[in-house]
Design a protein around this ligand. Structure first.
Ligand code: AKB
Length: 332
């Protein structure tokens, strides 16, 4: 039986990961850790325990771990890349101070810890294409600095104190459930919302800006599988490159047009996001994750696009064009 605490359970990844973990470990406690002002609601609230856990408050982390006999912590508290640039001190306090608090509680109470890193942990000096697992990491954003620090600190706690820390470097994550907030890769979510609603999409990044992206179901599976992986096979811990698709705005727009032919996209560049994206890799080499814990993505751009459009149409009560056409035609 696993007893799991998710710190940041009401965020983009947390809201879906908590539900998935509750299905995966039905006999255990899967505790939704939230901060005041971002309380869980609906199914997230009703399907299991929740506890106020502000990652900057170590006593609250320890209290939740004790109360629910937690053996594994998913630390999902972070400011995403663009918003972190506006609030670098807070980004450090949450990303590094919060991780330190989590690792200390884990050391004292014997918990495993998952803390996602990101493609943002790389910088402009990193090889851009097929970025290797072990390579130069000199990010220029505070987000990247916190992620590299997090990777190093987590490896240190594993080596020095035997804390079972594991992690993956997430690409941009795409989902129809909880929207992201303040990331550089957010456009790849927003574009589907505009397309399904029949609105023109103003893309904040220029054509040719390639980044790795991943559909949320694959990302959730990665977060669970890495924590379940056989430790004797792991040569790396913090953090594994994982990948499933890489595209630029023109490629995703063309894919959407295969299903929504009248979708329109124009460009309205966001200089901050463009600068950040330009400093990140185009695509990652995930062969270490494939070798050490059998990582395999299931969704490519086409499968993800079909699923996103279908779910967003349901979410907004928008009929698919074929259905709309039939509905408009006389029944005789
Ligand atoms: C962001 O854009 O900040 C995140 C990330 C790639 O880590 N989605």
């Amino acid at each position: 039986m696993k007893n799991i605490l998710i710190i940041g359970a009401t965020g983009q990844i947390g809201s879906e990961l908590t539900m998935r973990l509750r299905k995966e470990y039905p006999g255990g406690n899967v505790v939704a850790g939230f901060i005041r002002g971002a309380e869980p609601k609906g199914e997230l609230l009703e399907s299991g325990p929740s506890h106020e856990v502000d990652i900057t408050n170590p006593a609250q982390i320890a209290e939740a771990v004790d109360k629910y006999n937690v053996d594994t912590i998913y630390n999902l508290a972070a400011l995403l890349s663009a918003v972190a640039e506006a609030r670098p001190q807070l980004a450090w306090k949450i990303g590094v101070g919060g991780l330190y608090n989590t690792l200390e509680v884990a050391r004292e109470k014997g918990c495993g810890v998952f803390t996602p890193s990101s493609i943002g942990s790389f910088g402009p000096d990193t090889p851009r294409d097929n970025t290797p697992q072990d390579t130069l990491q000199r990010p220029e954003t505070i987000y990247g600095v916190t992620k590299v620090t997090g990777e190093l600190l987590s490896d240190y706690y594993a080596r020095r104190f035997g804390v079972d820390t594991r992690s993956v470097r997430f690409p941009g994550l795409i989902s129809y459930v909880t929207p992201p907030g303040g990331g550089t890769t957010d456009y790849a979510v927003d574009i589907y919302y505009s397309a399904v609603k029949g609105e023109e999409f103003k893309c904040p990044l220029k054509p040719g800006t390639f980044m790795d992206m991943m559909y949320m179901p694959d990302a959730l599976r990665a977060a669970i599988e890495i924590m379940e992986a056989d430790p004797t096979r792991l040569k790396h811990r913090n953090s594994f490159n994982i990948a499933s698709m890489s595209f630029d705005p023109e490629i995703i727009a063309a894919k959407i047009r295969e299903y929504i032919p009248d979708f329109r996209m124009t460009y309205e560049l966001d200089p901050l996001r463009q600068k950040i994206a330009d400093s990140w890799p185009n695509s990652l080499d995930d062969s270490c994750a494939r070798r050490e814990w059998d990582w395999r993505p299931e969704y490519d751009l086409d499968a993800m696009t079909r699923d996103m459009i279908a779910h967003l149409r349901t979410k907004f009560g928008i009929a698919a064009p074929e259905v709309r056409k039939e509905a408009l035609e006389p029944a005789f």
